[in-house]
Write a protein that binds this ligand. Structure first.
Ligand code: GDP
Length: 305
């Protein structure tokens, strides 16, 4: 317990007198316009409806009844609170450092499998990951297990020779699982650190494809499963994410073509609905155009559009 002097009492009275002038309590009405504008911005950034509503609800719960200085704009506080809540959603599942995971696994070879619908940038991304692993002194081999798409095999062969890594490929129509198996055996015999398996992505609704992927999974027993999603695909990308989760499952996402996309709200839906981290983003067509996903960067991007 403290004993207040007369002087302290006076100062306290003075302070609460100014508090009364300075502070205002936020009411729901104060927020209506700004909430509506935010709803529009979030939906326009490809954040799903469900996630948008959840974020706005949290925001209202956080702000209604809060005292704010009259001089501060309610809108500014809203934006800052929103940034905080989006960052929280995004950082919750962001603990996957791939290099660290490979090093600490004690597994040799460490097997990574890549899923994704044709055209999302899967082949290019595999090449970028090979490049990144090489820079971290991890040796690699690629298994071209999409044996039905000649173009994918050719592209991988091109990247493998440019990046000077081994590629195991099968004849057209060969068993994709056996290509993966051969690559893993080769890696074991040559002491290679990481095997990267490309897979077919001809149509994500194709049930034959799901069976094929399941077979590859059973035989390759990957240590890490990465789904490649095209950030330009908007809500379709989320649909693909759900499909792959329901059928084969994956650990993390790489979001491609973020350089060409002003939005990318898909990362929020992935984090919130599917609890999946985005580990890297593709930001161009060169091998070095793969950067770690940064929630801060992402939040800025949502608000700059
Ligand atoms: P796949 O069919 O999934 O193997 O897709 P590809 O790897 O062939 O990529 C399809 C197209 O997207 C190619 O023209 C790539 O150069 C391009 N691409 C892939 N990733 C990115 C990226 O991060 N940014 C941009 N701008 N283009 C990309």
């Amino acid at each position: 317990m403290s004993v207040q002097t007369g002087q302290e009492n006076k100062q306290e009275n003075k302070r609460s007198f100014f508090d009364f002038l300075k502070y205002k309590t936020i009411k729901e009405d104060d927020l209506n316009d700004v909430i509506e504008e935010l709803r529009f911005q979030l939906l326009d950034s490809d954040v799903s409806y469900e996630v948008t509503e959840k974020i706005l609800e949290d925001l209202k719960n956080n702000l209604i009844g809060k005292k704010v200085s009259r001089r501060e704009e309610v809108e500014e506080i809203v934006i800052n609170t929103l940034k905080k809540s989006i960052t929280e959603i995004l950082t919750k599942n962001q603990k996957t450092d791939l290099i660290e995971k490979i090093r600490s696994s004690g597994k040799k070879p460490f097997v990574i499998i890549f899923f994704g619908v044709n055209g999302v940038g899967k082949t290019t991304t595999i090449a970028k990951v090979v490049n990144m692993l090489k820079k971290n002194n991890l040796s690699t081999i690629i298994a071209a297990s999409d044996t039905f798409r000649a173009a994918a095999q050719e592209q991988l062969a091109y990247h493998a020779s440019k990046l000077e890594v081994q590629l195991i490929r099968g004849k057209y129509g060969a068993d994709p699982a056996s290509v993966a198996f051969d690559a893993i055996s080769f890696a074991k015999s040559r002491n290679i650190d990481v095997v990267l398996i490309d897979t077919a992505g001809r149509m994500h609704i194709d049930s034959d494809l799901v069976e094929e992927l399941k077979r590859v999974l059973r035989i390759a027993k990957p240590d890490f499963r990465i789904l490649i999603l095209d950030s330009l695909a908007g809500s379709d990308a989320l649909e693909q994410a759900r499909h792959f989760e329901n059928n084969v499952g994956y650990d993390a996402v790489i979001l491609t073509k973020v350089d060409a996309d002003a939005k990318g709200g898909i990362a929020l839906s992935l984090a919130y609905e599917l609890k999946k981290p985005v580990v890297y983003m593709g930001v161009g067509q060169n091998y070095d155009d793969l950067i770690p996903f940064s929630p801060d960067w992402f939040v800025e991007r949502i608000f700059s559009s």
